[in-house]
Design a protein around this ligand. Sequence first.
Ligand code: KIV
Length: 265
Amino acid sequence: MSKITTRTLKKYKDNNEKFSMLTAYDYSTAKYLDQAGIDVILIGDSLAMTALGYENTNQVGVEEMSIFTKAVAKGANNAMVVTDMPFMSYTIDIPSALTNIGNMVKNGANAVKLEGCNDYIEKLIECCVNMGVPVMGHIGFTPQSQNVIGGHIIQGKTEDAANELLKQAKKLEKAGAFSIVLEMVPENVAKSITENISIPTISCGAGRYCDGFVMVCDDLFGKFDDFTPKFARKYGNMKELITKCATNYISDIKNGSYPNENEVY
Ligand code: KIV
């Protein structure tokens, strides 16, 4: 299998073939997702909650995202590696944004994800692409703006709001984004956006008609249980597995069966 690139994702869309994206935050998880054939691995700023136990994504910084990016990039041979640029790391001005984005690529990211759409973000996307960095857009519910939005609220519910989302998607495409995550958007709105732009859309709680689909790996694995969104499907129960392994280990120590004669030097 060869490395997934922006061209591969575009081909998927053109051929009407769905693609998969999952978050990962460490080397071995990235390696297994890659071996399973995942197309895109996102070092999502959701790691603020899932890996670092913070309250929200806005508490994670560039240095932390860089460390997780390095680890994931080492595990991903074929999958495209995309890093979420964290809150305030790309919105102050273009020069500081490009420095932070460039460093993420030096740490192993193949592309970055930027939330929102306005004149500044459009300009920044153009600069990134000129600098050689592909950009994944992210509209609809944008977690980094949750304090302005006023909570985890479905976006694009009214006709005006849906039209505005479509306008934003077109602007991101024109600025040079290679794909767009649509988060918490009604399925019919995501469908219309998908049909009206030529770059791939990625559903994050945006229904069935996008070109690609993304989930937080800890939700998929059944590992993170502080909060699970409606669109997340649990494919395993890692919480139970981890608890069971730890309980058995503890009891083996207590009853003297660990370590045994084969586990000593
Ligand atoms: O941070 C994240 O994990 C994300 C996705 C789920 C799209 O942005």
